[in-house]
Unconditional design. Structure first.
Lengths: 175, 356
């Protein structure tokens, strides 16, 4: 069982990144849940989603203590960094969060994802770059599965975004 | 959508797709968080298949449109969340009093009043005791997964047609908003013959049908209500459903429904790992209530614990079923706060006192 919490501002694509992870679990024929925060907090405040990928049926889909945290803004970092389970992983967008975590019981990765995305012509895909890093570290699925998941999640009308998404995943994995 | 394929779907959208596949092509609603995706999905799909999607001017109007559509013998539905369901209460009562089938979905949020928008189960009393004024019931289904939401939509329509009464799916914000894999069943819709009462136009060839809930003569109204209650008794004897999970040897039986039952199941699995003999009864129908399943468990279990996202509403039905034979305790959160598996486990341990 892997539980993930993906958090950032509305518009950064944390819900989409969570959906890609959930779809990967679906393709691998595992039990999967995806639960978004909803309501006014999505407008301007922090948006987040809980994702569980498991061999067993999933009880509560609400992830309070994640194995994997993706933090894409400071409020999310502050709110969730202490919630990561010991031995867990946190991937932090260091172009937007200038704090460093002093926890020694979790693995912390600082990725300047937003800056990298702009530089690599992948504007708006910091979420997927970070997901690539999570894939490399937490190995919640194979790359091939995640590729299929991305092709599934990119809507038919936006197929021109499929290749940039794949590039972003690979970039994240290489960091 | 092709059937038999495992797809990842949001609860609200799965409810809508299931309704369409169950032959409901006429939807009347009004947006409210956290159920808006039901209406949005219907708005997108129904015009493409020759159905009706109508966003009414209010919840009151929407439920009365359902009444009208159901009178014509077609499958019709509306959906809302807690405050909107209160507004629909008048129409639900008229539908019950007119013996019309339909489906009402309540994706519950915190109350009372405008309350909040986070998940809640505090409309249990409303759904099971008084979905509207007068002596009446609606069939009430309590799904706990997206798959069950889909399966229960089919059942809810079928039983509503069979017994000529409103059905309700009592979901909550968590189930409505979350995504899970789901498989749509390859079910054929079994149309019930409604020709003896539906308002389909008589073209001068038969006596006209009347759909009505007004009976000014007390004895006539009493007769009408009593006949309906005979049907309710039949439903109570035939249609109550529950899942039993590790109940056989359980010292403590937890009773929970819907999203809360998922959290309870996690807690029970942990408790069993510690050797605590605890199980769960999960009502799948809230009306009719599976009282006999709980009464049977009261013969073997030492105590009961009801867990809800409310101040304690279903616990009334558990107490009625247990009938004083064993103690019944309650644990819950309300207002949109979701109980955690750890909290439920602590309650289980407190009640079993480490009994192994």
């Amino acid at each position: 069982m892997v539980s993930m919490l993906l958090a950032g501002f509305g518009g950064q694509g944390v819900l989409f990144a969570g959906k890609v992870a959930a779809y990967a679990g679906l393709i691998d024929e595992k039990y999967v849940s995806w639960l978004p925060s909803y309501g006014p907090e999505m407008r301007g405040g922090t948006a987040n989603c809980s994702v569980c990928i498991s061999e067993e049926p999933i009880g509560s889909p609400l992830v309070l203590n994640p194995d994997v945290l993706i933090a894409m803004n400071l409020p999310s970092y502050d709110k969730f960094i202490d919630k990561v389970v010991p031995g867990g992983i946190a991937v932090i967008d260091s172009s937007l969060i200038d704090k460093k975590c002093d926890r020694t019981d979790i693995k912390t990765f600082y990725i300047p994802a937003t800056t990298l995305a702009d530089k690599e012509g992948l504007k708006g895909l910091a979420n997927i770059i970070i997901l690539g890093k999570v894939l490399a570290e937490a190995k919640f699925a194979s790359y091939e599965t995640v590729e299929k998941a991305i092709l599934k999640c990119v809507p038919p009308k936006k197929q021109h975004l499929a290749q940039p998404n794949l590039k972003a995943i690979k970039l994240g994995m290489s960091l | 959508m092709s059937s038999n394929q495992r797809v990842l779907m949001k609860g609200n959208e799965a409810l809508a797709e299931a309704a369409i596949q169950a032959g409901c092509h006429h939807f009347f609603g009004y947006p409210i968080t956290p159920q808006t995706e039901v209406a949005a999905y219907m708005a997108k799909r129904l015009p493409k298949i020759g159905g009706t999607y109508l966003q009414a001017e209010s919840e009151v109007a929407a439920i009365n449109m359902v009444l009208g559509a159901a009178s014509a013998g077609i499958r019709a539905m509306t959906s809302s969340s807690s405050p909107g369901i209160s507004l629909k209460a008048e129409g639900i009562s008229y539908i019950a009093g007119s013996d019309l089938p339909c489906l009402i979905i309540n994706v519950q949020r915190g109350g009372p009043g405008l309350g909040g928008i986070q998940p809640s189960q505090s409309d249990y009393w409303q759904a099971t005791r008084a979905p509207g004024h007068g002596d009446l019931h609606a069939l009430v289904f309590a799904p706990s997964s997206i798959q069950e939401m889909v399966d229960m939509v089919f059942d809810a329509f079928d039983l509503a047609d069979q017994y000529r009464m409103p059905s309700m799916i009592l979901a909550d914000g968590m189930l409505g908003q979350m995504m899970e894999p789901v498989v749509f069943p390859e079910k054929s819709v079994n149309p019930v013959d409604k020709s003896s009462w539906a308002l389909t136009g008589h073209q001068g060839k038969r006596a006209h049908h009347i759909v009505n809930s007004l009976y000014l003569q007390p004895d006539e109204l009493e007769k009408n209500v009593k006949e309906r209650f005979e049907r309710y008794e039949l439903i109570k004897s035939k249609e109550a459903r529950a899942e039993e999970y590790l109940v056989e040897d359980a010292q403590l039986v937890v009773v929970a429904y819907g999203a809360t039952s998922r959290i309870v199941r996690s807690a029970i699995n942990t408790a069993r790992g510690k050797g605590i003999k605890v199980g769960m009864i999960r009502p799948l129908t809230l009306w009719p209530y599976p009282s006999s399943v709980i009464a049977k468990a009261a013969e073997t279990a030492q105590a009961f614990l009801t867990v809800e996202m409310s101040m304690g509403q279903m616990v009334d039905d558990v107490r009625l079923a247990v009938n004083g034979k064993k103690p019944v305790a309650f644990f819950g959160h309300t207002g949109g706060v979701i109980p955690t598996p750890a909290e439920v486990l602590a309650e289980i341990e407190k009640m079993t006192g480490g009994d192994r």
